[in-house]
Design a protein around this ligand. Structure first.
Ligand SMILES: Cc1cc2nc3c(=O)[nH]c(=O)nc-3n(C[C@H](O)[C@H](O)[C@H](O)COP(=O)(O)O)c2cc1C
Length: 378
């Protein structure tokens, strides 16, 4: 680890984190959104963020799911996904007024590198009320039931289109299936409309992710992840992208704790329908700390083993089916060793969220550096 990065790591662990952890996880989350919103509008801060990233992130290029990435640690969906709105008109008006409806869109890529924006749903969502984020320090875990709060795909696309020249060179857009919609035809129509919003606005991500796993809405998370549904939606979306003259790769995102047979069927569906990568996994639905009757998604340390098992099942199926679908690891990657757990079994790249809480804003650089260091021959 270079000197600057180890000084940052020490300062975060010894000073910044204890201070931050005096506040509740939810208050810290709100403060972070505030900070990101302000940072996005400061040219000076953005410049500083870029300098910090370039000084700390060791290049480790890798091609995954049809995308050439500068290194193998990305920021997962869920951090940069924007404010919630009551309806599309209000979200669109905010964009027309020039408001920043997606805090972090400029500062997070500047500081942390590659970011997956979203999840965005077809319609805006205000998310769940009350406390919706928690941390469990002893296991370095997070738990949330934000409930897909976002401005909706159309307003998000319009927002990104209005900032096209300032978008990062590499980023993903994550679109979630509409929670609560059970009619397959409507669900497919809404997914297609969400993707169309970005394609028509000529917002060109490096990849699209279709998020099939929504543990923090009141939907059954597993109900979204049948191979049949993955096949139908992926096939239609890949065709839509091609019909717009684009070759943007499509990735899928799935839950932990599905059966081995279900992961194998998902690999088969993905391979058949032109999906380039599967992100495994989203959070694990568990009773929330404040009310055991309500589910909230666990990330970080407590997700590590279930996510690792999910990746192992997917990789086993990939090999058995001679599939070219790449596996992007996500779940409890908090240091170089937990990243190695995934790369050792064949995951091509990784995404992090909870590590931003436990290792701070330069978590991607710290983890990538620890991982590379562990690979160096002694
Ligand atoms: C507060 C929060 C919000 C999240 N929102 C989303 C989301 O909107 N879409 C999504 O695909 N994943 C979302 N996630 C899941 C993360 O992308 C990631 O899959 C999960 O946290 C596991 O990674 P981790 O163990 O590094 O936290 C969210 C996670 C957190 C902690």
């Amino acid at each position: 680890m270079n000197l600057l990065l180890s000084a940052y790591d020490r300062a975060y662990q010894k000073a910044a984190r204890p201070l931050l952890f005096k506040r509740s996880a939810y208050d810290s989350h709100l403060a972070l959104m505030n900070w990101l919103e302000r940072a996005d509008s400061s040219r000076m801060l953005i410049g500083l963020c870029r300098i910090m990233r370039r000084a700390t992130m060791i290049p480790d290029p890798v091609t995954v799911g049809g995308v050439a990435l500068p290194n193998r640690v990305m920021i997962a969906a869920g951090l940069v996904k924007g404010f919630g709105f009551d309806d599309e008109g209000m979200a669109q008006t905010a964009v027309e007024r020039g408001e920043n409806i997606i805090p972090g869109w400029r500062s997070m890529p500047a500081l942390a590198g590659v970011v997956e924006f979203g999840s965005f749903t077809r319609w805006p969502r205000t998310g769940n009320p009350g406390t919706v984020v928690w941390r469990e320090v002893k296991t370095r875990s997070t738990q949330n039931r934000i409930g897909l709060k976002n401005p909706g795909a159309k307003a998000a696309a319009a927002f990104f289109a209005s900032h096209k020249s300032d978008l990062p060179p590499i980023f993903g857009i994550n679109i979630a299936v509409s929670p609560g919609v059970t009619e397959r035809a409507q669900e497919k129509a809404e997914a297609l409309e969400s993707f169309s919003a970005f394609l028509e606005a000529a917002v060109q991500p490096s990849w699209f992710t279709l998020n099939l796993s929504c543990p923090n809405t009141e939907d059954d998370p597993r109900g979204h992840q049948t191979a049949e549904k993955a096949a139908e939606l992926s096939g239609a979306l890949v065709k839509l992208i091609a019909s717009c003259g684009k070759s943007t790769p499509l990735w899928l995102k799935v839950s932990p704790c599905l059966s081995e047979a279900q992961y194998a069927a998902l690999i088969e569906a993905a391979s058949e329908h032109g999906v380039k990568a599967i992100i495994a996994t989203n959070t694990l639905g568990q009773p929330s700390p404040d009310d055991p009757a309500i589910t909230a998604g666990v990330g970080g340390g407590r997700l590590h083993i279930p996510a690792l098992e999910a990746c192992a099942s997917l990789l086993k199926a990939k090999e058995a089916q001679s599939s070219t679908v790449d596996i992007v690891a996500c779940g409890g990657i908090l240091d170089g060793a937990s990243l190695s757990d995934f790369t050792n079994i064949g995951a091509s790249a990784s995404q992090i969220w909870s590590a931003l809480v436990y290792r701070g804003p330069l978590a991607a650089a710290v983890i990538a550096s620890e991982h590379l260091q562990a690979k160096q021959p002694l």
